[in-house]
Design a protein around this ligand. Structure first.
Ligand code: 8IG
Length: 281
C-alpha cells in the first residue's frame, strides 16, 4: 500500500486547512472501518427519512460520527449521529448519513458540507439528498415525497471558497429525476427554497418564496448540492413534505408533527429510495 499523507489531525475550523484534506481523512477512516476501499452512492437522511433507508438493505458497518474527522454528533431530535455502509447485491456500496449539520447550527459552512466532500473522497459519484420540508402547494398532503427540480438559496452563503465559479445549471440531475419518475410516475417536482432557520417562516415569507418561484421551504440541501456539484457528484434531491408551509394551512407548525408525518410516510419513501438507489448507474 502506498503511504498517503496523514490528515487525521486536521480540523475544519482552521482556515489554513483545505476542507478536502479533512474529507480525505474522514474517507480513510470510513474505508478502514468498513473494510471497503470505496463507496459508490451517498445518501443523506433528512427529517422523516431515517427509517426509509432501512429498506435499502442491511448495513454491515455503523460508525459513530464522533469517530470520523470533521463530523459532529446530531443536533436535531429524530436524527442519529452515525453513518452506515450498506452493501448492494451488485457489489456497490451506499454510504448512509443518519444526520446532517445544518447551516443554522453555526458550526461553519465547512461542517455543513463535510459529509458531501467526504462522500466524494470515499469514491461516491452520486449523492441522494433527502429532507423534510414545508410544502407551498395545498395538494401536497403531509407525507408526500417531491423531487427537487432546482433551488433558491436564501442563506446568502456558499460552501465554495475563493473565486470558485461553478455552474449550477441542471444541478438536480434531470437523468436521475427521470429515473425516479420511472420508479414512481406520480412524483411531482418542485423548487426548494432554503431559509437559514431554525425558526420556520412567517406566512409572509412563505408568500415571498412562492412569488420567487418556490414550491418547498426548508433549512438544508442547497449548500450541500452546491458542494456536491463542485466535487463532481451527480445530485438527486427528494423532499418529504411533512407539513404545509406557514400560512398554507390554518394550523401552526410543530416539530412533533414533522416526525410523525415522516413515520407515516416511511414505507412509501423507503420503497421509493430503495428502488431508485438500486437503479442508479
Ligand atoms: I420538516 O415548513 C420542515 N422543515 N424552513 N419550513 C422550513 N423548514 C422546514 C419546514 C418548514 N418543515
Amino acid at each position: 500500500m502506498p503511504r498517503v499523507t496523514d490528515h487525521s489531525h486536521l480540523t475544519l475550523t482552521d482556515p489554513s486547512t483545505d476542507p478536502r484534506d479533512v474529507a480525505e481523512a474522514a474517507a480513510a477512516v470510513i474505508a478502514e472501518r468498513t473494510g471497503a476501499p470505496r463507496h459508490d452512492i451517498a445518501l443523506v437522511l433528512g427529517s422523516g427519512w431515517k427509517q426509509a433507508a432501512d429498506l435499502l438493505g442491511e448495513a454491515d458497518c455503523e460508525i459513530d460520527n464522533t469517530d470520523v474527522p470533521g463530523f459532529a454528533p446530531a443536533a436535531v431530535e429524530g436524527h442519529s449521529g452515525s453513518m452506515r455502509s450498506i452493501p448492494l447485491e451488485d457489489g456497490r456500496r451506499v454510504l448512509v448519513y443518519g444526520t446532517r449539520t445544518h447551516f443554522y447550527e453555526d458550526r461553519g459552512i465547512r461542517a455543513v458540507v463535510h459529509a458531501i466532500r467526504t462522500a466524494a473522497a470515499a469514491g461516491c459519484t452520486t449523492v441522494v439528498l433527502t429532507n423534510g420540508c414545508g410544502g407551498l402547494r395545498a395538494e401536497w398532503a403531509p407525507g408526500t415525497p417531491v423531487l427537487i427540480s432546482d433551488h433558491i438559496n436564501l442563506t446568502a452563503a456558499s460552501p465554495l471558497e475563493g473565486a470558485t465559479f461553478v455552474d449550477l445549471t441542471d444541478l438536480y440531475s434531470p437523468r436521475l429525476r427521470e429515473l425516479a419518475r420511472e420508479v414512481d410516475p406520480s412524483l411531482d417536482e418542485g423548487v426548494y427554497v432554503q431559509f437559514r432557520g431554525p425558526h420556520y417562516e412567517t406566512p409572509a415569507e412563505v408568500q415571498m418564496a412562492k412569488i420567487l418561484g418556490g414550491d418547498l421551504v426548508g433549512m438544508s440541501t442547497t449548500l450541500e448540492a452546491i458542494a456536491a456539484r463542485e466535487a463532481g457528484l451527480e445530485v438527486l434531491g427528494i423532499s418529504l413534505v411533512t407539513n404545509p408551509a406557514a400560512g398554507i394551512s390554518p394550523t401552526p407548525l410543530d416539530h412533533q408533527e414533522v416526525i410523525e408525518a415522516g413515520q407515516a410516510a416511511a414505507q412509501r419513501c423507503g420503497e421509493l429510495l430503495a428502488r431508485i438507489v438500486e437503479r442508479i448507474r
